[in-house]
Design a protein around this ligand. Structure first.
Ligand code: ADP
Length: 629
């Protein structure tokens, strides 16, 4: 037969050009595509042999790689089903004509035959790295072999060829290095091994390559000689396809460390296989520590996504909600619809179903950890608790039901407490879930505002995380129990009698309070008698949505709007403290002093809160003046 020269069909030509230049962002995936095609071809032969009883088994098949730096050739050989002349023409001459898809449609029941390629463009990715592609193929059962050759968009030739056994050999003439493009590496055994490990580790046929090693010459202590060893580059069976009973914790942990480059053992793993509306296997891990960039913009969430053992995406973000972004692992599904490049996954229904079911598994696993291995869970929470709290805050409370029982808070009763535990030990007459905010536990414990609540024997949640107050504001309540800051205006602690008493004292001294309020105008909304102080002279509380603690957090934000957000502050004075008597007395004799004292008391209350005071020099001078008297 003479060599037949043909042009690619017009649309194929355009697509091929596009392909070479743009669709695939990572050139290296050409190898994945060609290996997947080879694996498909062997699956097809296996399927054929089952239905026709040819005696060929999976173990008879495999892929061979050869890299030759001198003549810049990379050769991929399989002993799969091969292609006839027509098939070469139809499958490789026409883009988007996928032989695999046709095969799959014809053999709907081929459950055990996983056909990876469904869209006929993968093969052309070879042109991203090769200046010329040669395909020599012999169809199973045929005596003739053919050679398909192409140097790109100009067309291809088909001619007769010699080939001993069935299968396909693909010869790539690797491009020369160009500016900023390193093609040499695709001829390096280490790089090839790396790519196979990364993308094709779980292809179920062995991928073999002859690798050169140095070894000590026999009988010599320092003389080396070259030795060629045929190595299998892929591990073939994915760990997630094995049954759980075959695997020990060590196996899971080792896999995690190798795969995700973490030195620390994971805290837990989830291994599931789900069938039904969404069919997939998943292997997920809860890491012990947050990566250094976890709480930064650079961190990218996502799970590895495999389609029948072939990695199609390194980080699929759509599989995880933001609040579980710390989870690492992979998902393998046969029935994902993939777009032509396999790089960009359509946001399809299937993926959404998988994501939903994963979310639930993760939640259940965390609940289980919380219940059965509290110490581990607390470690987890130290690393990732903030993320869960953000999950509630950022969703404006929409994720509350999913996340509220995963939360932990430090408590005045010691250690961490869940909200469920808190509510279960609330006192009979206790109306609210109380919390106090501050930069550290020591600071919170010293807060005057906590005195009365503590005195009642009520438990107080300690909020040391910036997001805490914002989170409970979004939650509003936990199973009907409202959250209440110890600095809130109405604590719900005092009896009607006590309330009356304070009201009366305030009325009796209305002028004094009005005067002080006026002197502190712009700083506080009001000066009042306190219902929460027992021994301390003053404190600040707040009215409205924004607390003093929230003002602190917002003032550190980059935007002006946040920086200008101010809590409506109330300066509270302890009616039973001598300073109150002093103020009353001074009011009728020396109003200037009252004004001065109001200012000092306000500054002191700010300091207790850990807030900056406006004029520290003036404050110090005034205090020293008083001391010197
Ligand atoms: P896809 O694999 O997505 O179907 P490709 O462009 O990669 O598309 O391949 C086109 C077709 O060429 C395949 O569907 C298959 O029929 C055929 N083919 C490619 N490589 C081989 C191979 N190694 N052995 C047999 N047939 C192959």
């Amino acid at each position: 037969m003479a060599t037949e020269t043909k042009e690619f069909k017009a649309e194929s030509k355009r697509l091929l050009e596009m392909m070479i230049n743009s669709i695939y962002t990572h050139k290296e995936i050409f190898l994945r595509e060609l290996i997947s095609n080879a694996s498909d071809a062997m699956d097809k032969l296996y399927f054929k042999s089952m239905s026709e009883n040819t005696g060929i088994t999976r173990s008879d098949m495999g892929i061979k790689l050869e890299a030759n730096k001198d003549d810049r050739k990379l050769i991929i050989t399989d002993n799969g089903i091969g292609m006839t002349k027509d098939e070469l023409e139809n499958n490789l001459g026409t883009i988007a004509k996928s032989g695999s898809l046709a095969f799959k449609n014809e053999n709907e029941k081929t459950e055990d035959v996983n056909i990876i390629g469904q869209f006929g463009v993968g093969f052309y990715s070879a042109f991203m790295v090769a200046k010329k592609v040669t395909v020599i193929s012999k169809a199973y059962g045929s005596d003739e072999a053919y050679m398909w050759e192409s140097e790109g968009v100009d067309g291809y030739t088909i001619s007769e060829a010699q080939k001993d056994s069935h299968g396909t050999q693909i010869i790539l003439d690797i491009k020369d290095n160009a500016e900023e493009e390193n093609y040499d590496e695709f001829l390096e055994p280490y790089k090839i091994r790396q790519l196979i490990r990364k993308y094709s580790d779980y292809i179920r046929y062995p991928i073999k390559m002859d690798v050169e090693h140095e070894k000590l010459k026999e009988g010599s202590k320092d003389e080396y000689e070259k030795e060629i060893v045929t190595e299998t580059l892929n591990s073939m069976t994915p760990i997630w396809k094995k049954s759980k009973s075959e695997l020990k914790d060590e196996d899971y942990n080792q896999f995690y460390k190798d795969k995700f480059y973490d030195y620390d053992e994971p805290l837990a793993h989830i291994h599931t296989r789900t069938e039904g509306t969404a069919t997939y296997s998943a292997l997920l891990y809860i890491p012990a520590k947050a990566p250094y960039d976890y709480y930064s913009k650079n961190f990218e969430k996502g799970l590895q996504l495999y389609s029948s053992g072939v990695m199609i995406m390194e980080k699929c973000g759509d599989l995880l909600p933001d609040y579980f972004s710390f989870v690492r692992g992979l998902v393998d599904s046969e029935d994902l619809s993939l777009n032509i490049s396999r790089e960009m996954l359509q946001h399809d229904r299937q993926l959404k179903l998988i994501a939903k079911s994963l979310e639930k598994s993760i939640r259940n696993e965390l609940k289980k950890l919380q219940k059965n291995e509290r110490e581990k869970y607390e470690k987890f929470f130290d690393s990732f608790g903030t993320q869960l709290k953000y999950g509630i805050y950022e969703s404006f409370g929409a994720n509350k039901e999913n996340l509220q029982d995963l939360l932990l808070f430090k408590s005045s009763f010691g250690g961490y407490v869940t909200l469920e535990e808190y509510v279960s030990r609330m006192k009979d007459d206790q109306k609210y879930i109380y919390f106090a905010s501050g930069s550290s536990i020591a600071r919170i414990e010293a807060l005057p505002q906590t005195e009365m609540v503590r005195d009642k024997g009520y438990e107080i949640l300690y909020f040391t995380d910036h997001v805490d107050e914002f989170t409970v504001q979004m939650m509003h309540d936990y199973n009907g129990k409202e959250f209440k800051s110890v600095s809130a205006d109405d604590l719900g602690l005092e009896t009607e009698e006590e309330k009356e008493e304070i009201k009366k004292a305030e009325e009796d001294n209305k002028e004094l309070f009005d005067f002080m309020t006026e002197k502190l105008s712009g700083k506080v909304k009001a000066v009042k008698l306190s219902q929460r102080l027992k021994t301390h002279p003053v404190c600040i509380s707040s009215e409205g949505m924004l607390s003093v603690e929230m003002e602190k957090v917002l003032s550190a934000m980059p935007d002006e709007q946040s920086q200008n957000a101010k809590a409506e502050k109330i300066l509270e004075i302890n009616a039973s403290h001598p300073i109150f008597e002093k103020l009353k007395a001074l009011y009728s004799t020396d109003k200037d002093k009252v004004a001065e004292y109001a200012d000092i008391l306000y500054s002191q209350a700010l300091l207790i809160e850990g807030m900056p005071i406006e004029n520290p020099v003036e404050f110090t001078n005034k205090l020293c003046e008083i001391m010197a008297k």
